[in-house]
Every structure is written in structure tokens, then in C-alpha cells.
Design a protein around this ligand. Sequence first.
Ligand code: SIN
Length: 282
Amino acid sequence: MVAIKTNDFKLITAKPFAPNLGADIYGVDLSQPVPDDQFAEIKAAFHQYQVLFFREQKEIPPARHIAFGKRFGPLHAHPAAPTMDGFPEIFEIHATKDSKIANGEFWHSDVSCDEVPPLGTMLQIHIAPPCGGDTMFSDMYAAYDDLSQPLKDMLDGLTALHSSEHIYKGRYSDRGRNDAEIDCPEAVHPIVRTHPDTGRKALFVNRTFTTRIVGLSDSESAAILEMLFTHAEHINYQIRFRWSLNDMAFWDNRCCMHRAIWDYWPEERKGRRVTIKGDRPV
Ligand code: SIN
């Protein structure tokens, strides 16, 4: 049983989305510069709730979106995704009736295949389908906490390979990125990582990028990974966010996974995403 979190923020309103993770944030206008004292509360709420949903927003100008992201640290460049004209820091999420794929349709932590994967991702949706197009999030602290002690002891010493060739090759070719231009990074990360700001341990494997556990046989690796993926995707750790136009979600890739639902074809959905560089997982 998870205790519902309380907060005493003064310059923002944070309403818990669910007992496990997430908060709706009111009282912030991201289309304007955010004052330092309000920013400090946003950062504290981000560490407390893992994913923030900034409600009642106007469309954020691209330069302001980039500037807000940079207050959390240097930005991360996606190895393969198409960027917005004139704003290489912005990854445009766009699905239309002609799309062959949408973005992020399977559980993942963004670009976990990078040596230094992103700290967090800020996505604002500017064109929303009449219904559908929700995004799901899963709490990887809780997924770790609920494991039995013998399994924690085993996983604490293990690392896993995160690969991307099977994901990125050809993925964005219909949006002007061909395989000659893109990188398909891979990296080995601990299966359990410690969050640099909260000190909490989180499970750090995902069905999209994590391809094998280092040092185990193929069958051991496949069986344990499947068990961990299924565990981390348990409904008790999840929330499902329904977007309103111009909502901005900001999620912490170090302690939650997410998955976008493409149930709205042939309708259109479009948004802009800025991603912040993180630390090497430890
Ligand atoms: C993603 O960034 O993985 C996609 C999220 C979304 O489109 O809701």
C-alpha cells in the first residue's frame, strides 16, 4: 500500500495523479520565463512525483521550451529522430493517417541505449486527436521496491545491454532521416540504478531497448528479462494520462518508463519534445 503524498508547495499547485506517481501541476505559465523560486518548487515536485503534467498551458514558443529544458541541464540530442526546422533541440512527435509508426508505442525509458541516457523529457501536445492518444507511465522505484530480497541481491550486481539498431534502423525514413545519417548506440547499464537526486533505487530495464543481461546464458538472460519486463509493466505501477491541448508532460527517465498509445488512427497527433541530458547510470 502506497501512502498518498502530500505537499506544501506555495508557488505551484501539485495535485497527485495517483498514489504511486504523477502530479497535475497548476499555476505555472510555461510560455513565460519561470521565476527562480517557482522553478525550485517545480524541481522538487519533479523529484517527488517522477512525472509532472503542466495543465492549462498556452502553446510554448520553441525557444522558450528549449530554455525551460536547459534549466535542468544541457540538452540531449536524439541519435535518430527528426527535428523541428530551425530548432535542432526539438524532436517533433507526429502521427497522421499516412504514418506507418507513431512514437514510443512500447514500454521504454527514452534512449536508454545511450552511454549517458536522458534525465528527463518534456513533451507538449499541440494537435490532439478528438479522443485517444493517451500516454502511460510506470513507476520503476515501486517495481524495484516490490522485488523479493533474494532477487534484489542478485540484480544489484548485474548489468544489461541496451541496443537500438532494431528500433532506429529505417524508423524515421518516411520523415527524412535515412540510415546513413543516424547512429544506433548501445550501452551497458546496471539493472538497478540509484537516482542521483533522490538516492532511491529503480529498476532500469525496458522492453524496447534492453536486449540481454551480461554474463548470463541466452536462455537465463531471456527468461529473467521477460520476468522483469512483465513485473515492471504491472498495472499497479502504472498511470494513464489523457492529454488536453497544450498540456506539457515532464517525465523522469531515470525512475519511470512510458508508452504512447496509437489508438487514434487516422486522426492526427503532434507535439514537440525536448530532452535533457542525464548522468551515466550507477
Ligand atoms: C515518447 O516520447 O516516447 C512518446 C510519448 C508520446 O507521444 O506520448
